[in-house]
Design a protein around this ligand. Structure first.
Ligand code: FPP
Ligand code: MG
Length: 338
């Protein structure tokens, strides 16, 4: 589970979630079980990518914040489904990024090649659809299908703009909203939905029911990706357990660079474009330049603002220890260093 410093009121709900996560894990493992040792071996390796369990934790915490005292089978299935979709995207993403390490473990593409990684990602996504189709309601499968399309569309948009130094902030946010925030929004919305929240906006237009949790998740997701992108520029591979500088290497412009270029003098712009031409050897120089111009701080400020917007989205949710945990998790998204 995501580690957050917890006041006493929250520790009980944290314990409830910590108790449920191994059950989520069991659902996950059972769904992927295969009679073929080669498939089992690859799935076991994916288990090493498990990190903070952010998405499953959000499903369960939003479920509890929506007024449920306990976590039911539906919450656990949705939590496992969200984690499975997430794992599928990571396995595919590492192919696209030609990444060799994730969570300090070799990537599937490095160990078994791109072909195996692509098909394993397909196995995971197919497993996720199959699993959510076991639920009585069709609503979850419909949402999971819709959001998976959104993730792919976000990734396709990003691919189409690789190496494009004219990428603007609105398009960057569009990419982030789709490739990352949509799944985190789904996790939050499904948690609330499984606790009986109204699928609409509560009729108020201002957002009740499921939609306020989705908006909370969407803002958190955007903040999460901005922070992830900052760490790609300024973090250390040893701390992150994955390579840094991948965005630069793959020609993905991220928020600090977009902001820097937007306000740069022609000379600063020329210097930045030259640094972007050899990003691997000049990452530190590049990050220092972005820090000097205030672009790093400005991106970080945007991540913090998104967290605040997320918190405001659930203002109307009745106060509870689960809601307090959600607010703590929101802060943790931008405080993390890995
Ligand atoms: C991580 O980005 C990647 C994503 C958030 C989304 C990737 C989505 C796909 C590859 C589409 C495939 C979708 C399905 C449904 C299988 P990043 O490279 O910035 O993060 P990282 O630093 O953790 O690699
Ligand atoms: Mg990547």
């Amino acid at each position: 589970m995501m580690t957050t410093r917890c006041p006493a009121e929250v520790s009980e709900v944290q314990a409830l979630i910590a108790d449920a996560l191994p059950r989520v894990q069991r659902v996950f493992d059972e769904q992927l079980a295969s009679d073929l040792p080669s498939v089992t071996r690859l799935c076991a390796h994916v288990g090493r990518y498990r990190g903070k369990m952010l998405r499953p934790t959000l499903v369960l915490a939003c479920g509890l914040a929506e007024g449920r005292r306990e976590i039911g089978r539906e919450h656990e299935v949705c939590a496992a489904v969200c984690e499975m979709v997430h794992m599928a995207t990571l396995v595919h993403d590492d192919v696209l990024d030609e990444a060799d390490t994730r969570r300090r473990a070799p990537t599937i593409n490095r160990m078994n090649g791109n072909e195996s990684a692509v098909i394993l990602g397909d196995y995971l996504i197919a497993g996720a659809y199959h699993l959510c189709s076991t639920l009585d309601t069709q609503a979850v499968a419909l949402e999971v299908g819709r959001v998976s399309m959104t993730l792919c569309a976000g990734e396709l948009l990003q691919l189409s703009r690789r190496g494009d130094f004219s990428l603007d902030e609105a398009t960057y946010l569009e990419i982030v909203d789709r490739k990352t925030a949509a799944l985190i929004a789904l996790a939050c919305g499904l948690g609330a939905r499984c606790s009986g929240a109204d699928a609409g906006d509560g009729g108020s237009g201002g957002g009740g029911g499921v939609s306020r949790f989705e908006r909370f998740g969407r803002e958190l997701g955007i903040a999460f990706q901005i922070q992830d992108d900052l760490l790609d520029l300024t973090g250390r591979a040893g701390d992150l357990g994955k390579p840094t500088g991948k965005d630069l290497e793959k020609g993905k412009l991220t928020l600090p660079i977009i902001r820097h270029l937007a306000s740069a003098t022609p000379m600063e712009r020329g210097r930045m474009l030259r640094l972007l031409e050899s990003p691997l050897t000049r990452r530190e120089e590049l990050a220092a330049e972005l820090a000097r111009s205030g672009a790093i701080d400005s991106a970080r400020q945007t991540a913090l603002e998104r967290v605040e917007r997320g918190k405001r989205a659930i203002e109307g949710v009745e106060d509870s220890p689960a809601k307090a945990l959600l607010l703590l998790m929101a802060d943790a998204v931008v405080d993390r260093t890995r």
